[in-house]
Write a protein that binds this ligand. Structure first.
Ligand code: XMP
Length: 326
């Protein structure tokens, strides 16, 4: 489609002034396109959906209905931040869906990584569809499609979890970021007043911590993944690594290791640390975390995360390792 091709004359949005012009132009276009109708958006809290939400809130305010599905696989503090930023600060019309039990029940006992991904994706569509059916007079569906999605995946967001709504729910699409590259989306988000830790965040997979709680997910091990990830992120933030390293996280295998705590032998989990740099995620190198910081992070994790007695650091590049563990 012609309007899915970025014109050569389109200036790259490299500063706030250019972002402001883009925002003004889009607000005008969106108001004309949408009129007094309602728009639905699945707001994950990731960069793209957050920037679309902020742009639409500026253009049409509470005519935008944001649905935030908490599937229990988000990082520590994420659902709270979505509520704080969008509902409390931006006065968004935000529907928060606590679907944690639903997702974890569906995932129970499933150890196959691709089946886990399918369950999470399918359940997401089901929850989103149910919420959409409760709402009246929705005319448009907003999506955080960006230009790389169009170039690389023919307009379908890579690993996209939304889509696949039934035929009777095919709304007209609103995709105001579809000609922008990621750095431009970030610039627009920053100019719209979104917090830096939302706009400049590292990539996070759609299935979230579900693919980092390796094998069959259990609630206690999932909590250990969430807590260890929060410690790693906090320490990277404090030590100036969060804006420098491309992706960093923890994973916990479905296996116990022997340890010793208070003079007694224990059977507990071990946490894998991963911190990689890449340009396109096709290959990746390892961030050389300073030894003293590794040491500090390890001590914090074994002392603060219940059920964890050991930490290991994954030094495998991609290839042969992938970035995620499953
Ligand atoms: P791998 O593990 O394939 O990861 O080297 C490359 C990049 O893709 C992300 N990733 C995913 N993102 N859904 C997503 O949205 C997924 O199922 C998924 N699996 C991997 C991964 O985090 C890395 O940035």
């Amino acid at each position: 489609m012609a309007n899915d091709v970025r014109p050569e004359s389109m200036e790259r949005i490299t500063n706030e002034q250019l972002a402001k012009s883009f925002i003004e132009e889009q607000v005008d276009i969106l108001r004309r396109q949408i009129g007094d109708k309602k728009v639905l958006l699945a707001l994950s809290g990731g960069v793209d959906s957050s920037v679309v939400a902020a742009l639409l809130i500026k253009a049409i305010g509470r005519q935008l209905v944001c649905v935030h599905v908490n599937h229990g696989l988000l990082r520590k503090g994420e659902p709270e931040q979505v509520i704080e930023v969008f509902r409390n600060q931006m006065n968004a019309n935000l529907v928060y869906v606590d679907a944690v039990d639903r997702f974890l029940d569906k995932l129970q006992g499933e150890a196959d990584p691709e089946k886990k991904r399918k369950i999470i994706g399918a359940e997401f569509i089901r929850v989103f569809e149910e919420e959409a059916r409760k709402l009246e007079d929705i005319s448009f569906l907003a999506q955080g499609t960006i230009y790389p999605d169009i170039i690389e995946s023919h307009g379908v967001k890579a690993h996209h979890n939304v889509g696949g709504l039934p035929e009777d729910m095919k709304f007209e699409l609103v995709e105001p970021l579809k000609l922008l590259f990621k750095d431009e989306v970030r610039m627009v988000g920053k100019t719209l007043g979104l917090p830096d830790n939302m706009v400049f965040r590292q990539p996070f997979p759609g299935p979230g911590l579900g693919v980092r709680c390796l094998g069959a997910i259990t609630r206690d091990r999932l909590e250990a993944v969430r807590e260890s990830d929060a410690i790693l992120r906090e320490e990277f933030e404090k030590n100036g690594l969060s804006g420098k390293v491309w992706q960093y996280f923890t994973a916990i295998p479905d296996m116990k290791t022997v340890g010793v705590r208070d003079g007694k032998r224990v059977d507990e989990w071990f946490v894998i640390l991963r911190a990689v740099n890449t340009v396109d995620a096709m290959s990746a190198t390892i961030e050389e975390i300073p030894y003293s910081l590794l040491n500090h992070i390890t001590k914090r994790i074994v002392n603060e995360v219940p059920g964890v007695c050991r930490v290991v650091y994954d030094l495998t590049t991609k290839p042969t390792g992938t970035i995620e563990w499953e």
